[in-house]
Design a protein around this ligand. Sequence first.
Ligand SMILES: Nc1nc2c(c(=O)[nH]1)N[C@H]1C(S)=C(S)[C@@H](COP(=O)(O)OP(=O)(O)OC[C@H]3O[C@@H](n4cnc5c(=O)[nH]c(N)nc54)[C@H](O)[C@@H]3O)O[C@H]1N2
Ligand SMILES: Nc1nc2c(c(=O)[nH]1)N[C@H]1C(S)=C(S)[C@@H](COP(=O)(O)OP(=O)(O)OC[C@H]3O[C@@H](n4cnc5c(=O)[nH]c(N)nc54)[C@H](O)[C@@H]3O)O[C@H]1N2
Ligand SMILES: [Mo]
Length: 773
Amino acid sequence: MSETIGHPDPGLDLSDGFKPHTSHWGVFSARLGKAGLEVRPYAADPDPNRIINNFPGALRHQARIAQPAIRRGWLERGPGPDDRRGRDDFVSVSWEQALDLLGGELTRIRDTIGPSAVFGGSYGWSSAGRFHHAQSQVHRFLNIAMGGYVRSVNTYSSGASSVLLPQILTGYEDITKRNVTWEQIAAETDIVLAFGGMALKNSMVAGGSISKHVERGAMAAAQRRGCQFVLVSPRRDDLPVEAGAEWLTATPGTDTALMLGIVHTLVGEGLHDQAFLDRYTEGWPVFLRYLTGESDGQPKSAEWAAAICGIDAGTIKTLARRLAGRRALITVSHSLQRAEHGEQPVWMGMVLAAALGQIGLPGGGYAYSLGAIGYYGRRVNAVPGPTLGQGRNGVADFIPVARIADMLLNPGTSYRYNGETRTYPDIRLVYWAGGNPFHHHQDLNRLRKAFARLDTLVVHELAWTATARHADIVLPSTMTLEREDIGYSSNDPLMVAMHRIAEPFGLARDDYEIFADLAERLGAREPFTEGRTSREWLEHLFEPTRKALAARGLEAPSFDEFWERGSQVVPQHLDDGGSLRRFREDPLARPLPTPSGRIEIFSQKIASHGDADCPGHPVWLEKSDTPTPGAPFFLVANQPVTRLHSQLDFGGHSLDAKYRGREVARMNPRDAEPRGIADGDIIRIFNARGACLAAVHVTDGIAPGVVQLPTGAWYDPMDPEEDAPLCVHGNPNVLTRDIGTSSFAQGCTGQLTSVEVERFNGNLPPIRAFDPA
Ligand SMILES: Nc1nc2c(c(=O)[nH]1)N[C@H]1C(S)=C(S)[C@@H](COP(=O)(O)OP(=O)(O)OC[C@H]3O[C@@H](n4cnc5c(=O)[nH]c(N)nc54)[C@H](O)[C@@H]3O)O[C@H]1N2
Ligand SMILES: Nc1nc2c(c(=O)[nH]1)N[C@H]1C(S)=C(S)[C@@H](COP(=O)(O)OP(=O)(O)OC[C@H]3O[C@@H](n4cnc5c(=O)[nH]c(N)nc54)[C@H](O)[C@@H]3O)O[C@H]1N2
Ligand SMILES: [Mo]
């Protein structure tokens, strides 16, 4: 496979004492001086991300945790179930005392119950930097010092698609990272039909690091060349103005019906690519009987789809005709599958692309999740990056990640997952480092009850998140700016020497140092640290990259040279289209890794599971949580613009976008006016599960019938003593439902639920989320 060439990096501006660093939000350099912390985006980035502006205000904010703390009830009464979690106060203790108490509790669990009573999934994005990545550190620690832990599989991002796609198309990484690129779209694509859009706010972020944000430029170039963009989404900004998109507002959660209507039109008018379907796919005839209504009596016509999705039949038919016979790209965002039956739009999007005969062509076919995160649609690095070994997990048990509250509330009961019937383990201790379940999980009032059942909840955090406030033992971690690391992502050519910019806040320590001292108390310091300091680990982790560069005859700096220079550009594979292109070129010699070796429009394997909520081919399934008279709106709880999830919500860039301290929801004037709600009002959003306050922006950029409230405002209960307290800040997860996408994938369904909205006329309660505990 051919490669581009590695070379020194031209873009890092290290004048005036600025030092190199990176984040999930982009490469930057920073300086801490009399003026406080200053950040400069990477000079070679054509479209830098302003989320880095959360750093200056966050670095020394009072929301940071200064000292180890123990919940009073746990300190006085010891481990055990306790509904005071999240209601109790904290006692500040020394590191010695905290680590002795925690070491004793971990020893008790390990030696009297066993590591299968520990849940260490610790889901979360942590921070960039390959060594101090908190989730890697906690997994390594639990494996080495505890003998393992119950882990979680899959993600909140792609819970349904990552289980489904490898069984019907190809490897998940191949679909997302070695498929259609932005360069191909700029050069080749005639029409992009984007379900859920490709919002620039989302591709601004990439796990690990990102040096150049190319999406805006690529869409502008495509549009100038004549490429048409069609957006199907409740939010107009889900494509940038540069795309010049036509905006269709389908009812949320009905994309599968719309796609069926398009394919029905293609087939009815003979516009589908039968030769492609015959040569490359499996099970089209079974699906066709469903499409035409032969198997269930209901043809999935454009008229049928129109009645479900709210887009008129004429528009659906015209869209089908516009797609046929051209270089057409179908994209489906993660958000569509973060909902009940989320498997269906992902599968049906693939079927639509197959019916158009486009899969495997440059700039055409099916690009699931393109634009959702900055590392999709790019080239892949040709040399290995730094990877911290995790050791061996002695516990085989796992849960699908979003089933955590079910697991804690229902030990010993059974559930379905990927064709198996499994049993929830009995968990006594949960260990979290680098994630925020009070950000990411659904139905937070239920999550509080789940956490109340534990013996012990341990949290490492850099700030007093709601998760830290619900813990028994809270250990303050440094934030990325306070330590040295290597920044790297497998789809970005720039490796960054992340210099320390500031000293640790208060008594905060690196997760690595905390785990090393705890490992000592569990008799495992040496196997955990392998005798290395942090700096020695960085040198050790850099070595595979240096060797690979040298083996290619490229300039291969020593670690010290790399550190001094601040960055290194690594070679990348030239675009070869991945397994989908190779399959298209020769389907017999290069089959797909599916059971049939072909694109599975019908999956015998999935059909054999017998789960009615995910049958053997894509189908339209009615959702169980759609608007009712008591909750007449769809709530769309999507990703925020001014931060990554809940991270640094107390930073300036995030705070500036709030109104009267609250998160801002968006509503269409047609919905707001009859309720007496005006732009800038405070509203109460509520349903049977909970309620929150938010400010409201009334705009025609949101579809009627939809209230959109981004995730990430820190959970801020007005009266924590209540079972379902009002969140005064605007965290949508007090409203969302805690159910899986289906018995098949059990993914997160946080994107959509139904709610009622009213103007809030009471006295505005203060925001206390960012006060120290
Ligand atoms: N309703 C709804 N819910 C959703 C979603 C949705 O669309 N709708 N989206 C979901 C998705 S896609 C995701 S990925 C999840 C994200 O959920 P999370 O990944 O859990 O969210 P983050 O806010 O990124 O949490 C990371 C935490 O790590 C902490 N942290 C950062 N650096 C360090 C460090 O060095 N050490 C330690 N110990 N801690 C550190 C941060 O302070 C922060 O609290 O949310 C999901 N939740
Ligand atoms: N700035 C910023 N960027 C991020 C993140 C962040 O927290 N902040 N998080 C990152 C992470 S971890 C992930 S996984 C990705 C998530 O990527 P996504 O899940 O794709 O992102 P969302 O913003 O939740 O959703 C995208 C859009 O889908 C639309 N939508 C919602 N429901 C429906 C529906 O039923 N049908 C249709 N057609 N459209 C719908 C909404 O208008 C929403 O704006 O984003 C990443 N990028
Ligand atoms: Mo995600």
